[in-house]
Design a protein around this ligand. Structure first.
Ligand code: NAD
Length: 315
């Protein structure tokens, strides 16, 4: 596989997350062509023209907005952020069912228009929606996967970097498992530069690690309370995953693929460190977990499998 020249990326959904993703892509020069697609025509056209008006300050990338699926055709990467917002009184499960129904119609249409695209699911619950979409379409799980815990991992590295007084890019640590409450911080392999976290001076105590993990796990709730949505960091996270594909980087990122008998998990999508390049995402078989982390990952897989089963039964 190779670096994709003159890349076309479709961002599906022109809400808070989709427009932040398109904005990040334009600023970073990730693709030659960014197409923003949404069923809300007035909104998508307005977002695209607002983004396009930054032309004088950007590179050569273009952005267009559309509510016609044909205009997304021949995309190299599709980042899916479209979904229904939670209505007052609506349960989380009911919201999942609504988004699963949207996906059931939308994903096959997108894939038909761009049969060679790599599809990155951002819409929540991203692990369950990925599982159902792979089952429905029969697509190779390497080619349709979720951004998963990439955002959570950036939150983790930021929190550790703040405490240690180092650049977040010098922190090597991952969140795995569900993009949600049962996620697993991989403390056993976390380092700052070459220094294991447990040996950093002053040392991180267990209580402190628990507080950091809790902060990462609940970050979205706190932000949504204050501003109604999270969008900038996920816009960057989705863009980073798309870039790893477009540039055939073979970057190691904790994306969520449907695991096939790896790490003792089968048929469930959850995040583990994976190699991401132009052929998509492949879980890193050599990733090592402590016994406790392995147990937590398996518990996370059970939670996700149960939710997926409930949604399948309701559809
Ligand atoms: P939003 O309500 O602002 O935007 C959603 C957009 O989807 C709307 O513009 C709507 O018109 C569009 N849409 C709905 N149905 C559609 C369809 N069938 N085809 C095309 N477009 C359609 O929501 P948001 O704040 O942008 O959040 C989007 C999603 O991203 C949510 O599911 C949210 O939970 C998720 N999210 C995921 C992460 C992550 O790390 N995975 C982080 C933040 C948010």
């Amino acid at each position: 596989m190779a670096v994709i020249e003159n890349a076309k990326v479709t961002v599906v959904g022109a809400g808070a997350v989709g427009s932040a993703t398109a904005y990040a892509m334009l600023i970073r020069g990730s693709a030659r062509q960014v197409v923003l697609y949404d069923i809300d025509r007035a909104r998508v056209e307005a977002e695209a023209i607002d983004l396009a008006h930054g032309a004088m300050f950007l590179g050569a990338g273009t952005v267009t907005g559309t509510s016609e699926i044909d205009r997304t055709a021949h995309s190299h990467v599709i980042v899916v952020t479209a979904g229904a917002a939670q209505r007052p009184g609506q349960t989380r499960l009911a919201l999942i069912e609504t988004n699963a129904r949207i996906f059931r119609t939308m994903i096959p249409q997108l894939v038909e228009a761009s049969p060679h695209a790599i599809v990155i699911v951002v819409t929540n619950p991203c692990d369950v929606l990925t599982m159902l979409a792979v089952e429905q379409t029969g697509i190779d799980p390497a080619r349709l996967f979720a951004s998963g815990c990439v955002l959570d991992t950036s939150r983790l590295r930021w929190a550790i970097a703040q405490r240690a007084g180092v650049d977040a890019r010098s922190v090597h640590a991952h969140i795995a498992g569900e993009h949600g409450d049962s996620q697993v911080p991989l403390w056993s392999t976390a380092t700052i530069g070459p220094v294991p976290l447990a040996e950093w001076d002053p040392a991180f105590g267990d209580d402190e690690l628990d507080r950091i993990a809790q902060g990462v796990r609940t970050a979205a709730y706190a932000i949504i309370e204050g501003k109604g949505a999270t969008n900038y960091a996920i816009g960057l996270a989705g863009t980073r995953v798309a870039e790893a594909v477009l540039r055939d980087e073979n970057a190691i990122l904790p994306v969520s693929t449907v695991l096939q008998n790896i790490h003792s998990i089968d048929g469930v999508a959850l995040s583990v460190p994976s190699i991401v390049g132009s052929a998509g995402a492949v879980p890193l078989a050599g990733a090592r977990f402590s016994e406790r982390e392995q147990q937590q990952l398996e518990a996370s897989a059970r939670t996700l499998a149960e939710t997926a089963a409930r949604v399948r039964a309701a559809l």
